[in-house]
Each structure stands twice: as structure tokens, then as C-alpha cells.
Design a protein around this ligand. Sequence first.
Ligand SMILES: Nc1ncnc2c1ncn2[C@@H]1O[C@H](COP(=O)(O)OP(=O)(O)O)[C@@H](O)[C@H]1O
Ligand SMILES: [Mg+2]
Length: 260
Amino acid sequence: MSDHLVEMRLISKSFGAVVALRQVSFALDAGEVVGLVGDNAAGKSTLMKILSGAYTPDSGEILLDGHPCHFDSPMAARAAGIEMVYQDFALVPELSVTQNIFLGRELLHRGLRSRFLDKRTMSERATHLIERLGLRVPPGDTPVRAISGGQQQAVAIARATAFDARLVIMDEPTANLSAAAIGKVREAIGNLKSHGVAVVIISHRIEDILETADRAVVLKRGQVVGERRVADTGSDEILHMIVAGQDPRRAANNGPSKSA
Ligand SMILES: Nc1ncnc2c1ncn2[C@@H]1O[C@H](COP(=O)(O)OP(=O)(O)O)[C@@H](O)[C@H]1O
Ligand SMILES: [Mg+2]
């Protein structure tokens, strides 16, 4: 049994000869914010793409509320309340802010003989979602190509939270953003948490993790090499684990650890 919102057990994944993940276990509680850190190619995106249904694992299992589940597509994970904000936002530049937020999940009026788009409700809900996150974006009918990177990130996050998400995964949400926009993204994570939504944030900026996360999990070459409560660590120790690929506290107690 599992009391966690989500538990990934002994997940492995290879791409041809490249072993991206080796028996990785990872758990997350409701409303918890976890920072997933590690060098390039450590396996962070792959692990989260498995959780959000974009990839299927070669082995291992995923439990949601303690029940085994198989996400064979992002739609399946979404239906279970798990959403991922991709590194490149995955927005459609020609479509408006509101259209992007509801893309593929448009709200419809149910008429007597036909259905048609409920544009007004979508527009109102888009505004509400963005405000709830503490973000600011130009009017909903503005095409996404006309807004800044920070505003595009806000739209991508609003999109991920539009349908009662229980877990929002953000892959490098502050990359290429201005300092002000980075602050807004961090604030939005705090707002999600206060609404009981769990967040996984993958970031190269240790400050993102220290400011937003409850816990940091360190991956190296497809394995979990360390884990800390953020209140109980600092950037030096996290950086050390990322670079050395081992937990200094464990190494000090038991000699060099070959992680299981
Ligand atoms: N779709 C894919 N096809 C082939 N190799 C991949 C694919 N996705 C990831 N990989 C490989 O898996 C490893 C882990 O990648 P990734 O999960 O993107 O790492 P990170 O996000 O930590 O930088 C890397 O060696 C990467 O090249
Ligand atoms: Mg990545």
C-alpha cells in the first residue's frame, strides 16, 4: 500500500543502447513541491515524461492514490489529474491565449441540435485561472506569438491547471525568463501548493528549488543519488550531490556508496 499521491517504483527506461533510468523510485504527496535536479542527461525529463504518459517505462510501476495505473498517453495521465508543462511550452503561436489554454479540451454549449464553442465561459475561466496563479497576461484574445516568454510560460502553466490537476510537472519553467518573470513563476508554484496541488519542478537554477520546493531529489546517470528536505540543506550540498553523484552524509557514514 502507499499513502502517497503518486509513487513510482523501480522505473527503468532505455532508448536503444542508452539507459536513461535504472530502477528509479520516486514518491510525492498531495500538495508537496519537489525539485528534481541533476546534470544534463541525468534522466529528469524522461522520468517525468513517464509520469505524464508521454513515455511508457520498460519496467516498474506507478501508483496513484495507492492504486497501480498505466498511462499510455498524456491524455490518460491528464484524466488522472497529472499535467506536464513542457520546456518549450508546447503552445500554438497563431492561436490566442484562451484558445491555447483550452486546446483539445474546448468547452461546448450543448444546443438542441448542435454543439458550439462556449467562448465566453472559456474566456472568463482563462482570466480566472491566470489570476488564481498570481500571473498576468494580455487579454485572452491576443495571439500567443505576440506575448513575451514570461507570459507564454504563464499561459502554459494556466493550461496545465485548467482541469483540476492534482499534480503539475514543470520542466525548466524558468529557463530563458527575465528575473521578474522567474519571480512570477515561483509565486505561481506557491499558489498551486496553497490550493493543494502537488508540483514537480525540474530546474538548473538551485534558487528555484530552494525558494519553491519542500524536498529536492537528485538524479545522476539515471539513478537517484540523494534526497533532502529543503529546510535541511543548502545550495552547496545540493550542488555537491549533483556533481559528485553521491550523498555526502551517506558517504561519510558508510564509505563510498554504490546506490542500490
Ligand atoms: N526520445 C529519446 N530518444 C533517445 N534518447 C533519449 C530520448 N529521450 C531521452 N533520451 C536520452 O536519455 C537520457 C536522459 O535524458 P533526459 O531524461 O532528457 O535527461 P535530463 O532531462 O536530465 O537532461 C539522455 O542520454 C538522452 O539523450
Ligand atoms: Mg530535461
